[in-house]
Design a binder for this molecule. Sequence first.
Ligand SMILES: [Mg+2]
Length: 233
Amino acid sequence: MNNHFQFTLAALIVILNLSSQAGLARPALPNDVRWVRNSTEYKSLCDYVFRKAAESVQVQMDLYASTGSKEKKQGFAAVVDLDETVLDNSLYQVERWKAGLGFTQASWSSWVKRKEAKLISGAKSFLDTVRNEGVQIVFLSNRMNQNLKPTQENLLKLDVLKPKDIFLLRQNKLDTKEKRRAEVLEGRGRMEKFGPLNVIVYLGDQMGDFPQEHSAEIGRKYFLLPNPMYGKW
Ligand SMILES: [Mg+2]
């Protein structure tokens, strides 16, 4: 074995050793979080769902206009979930995983207060289209109502908040999404000053974001964003 070959071999062993140590020090993220954070597939699916939802709003509003109604476009609404629908909280998932910890209400609340959630791809374009069509946006989320301010500030930072937007966050355990959806449709409770609204689309990442499960309305009136990171499954 000549000296040159010995040196090359030794260098190769050092490089292999270092790269395997680096691999050990930084194991890959779990597939679900990695898919959300890194894949073009996830981004493309979100863009696709939002594009279809926007088209549905436009078709429904065009249909309304074609009925010859001279009335202002009033009383139409899009009910939109926040987490993993408009707001990307995958960094929270990364941090919890790195710390070897799971979800807790306290850690979630401090994450919400940091206002560092990112925007889900396609959300802004959808929300702009809905507003241009004169359709009321109702953000209906299980974020706690006491975190309304940091939630709105986070949305403002992402340029997706308008003064007209309505927020129906969770007040307590009994304040289910079902209850809040009924308030929107019937103009009751928190929605009394707005009157009953005709909800033309619902957007969410969980079946619980829609009035019915297993519905043929998926892709028509209900638009489902992918979320492999958490859910009641
Ligand atoms: Mg959600």
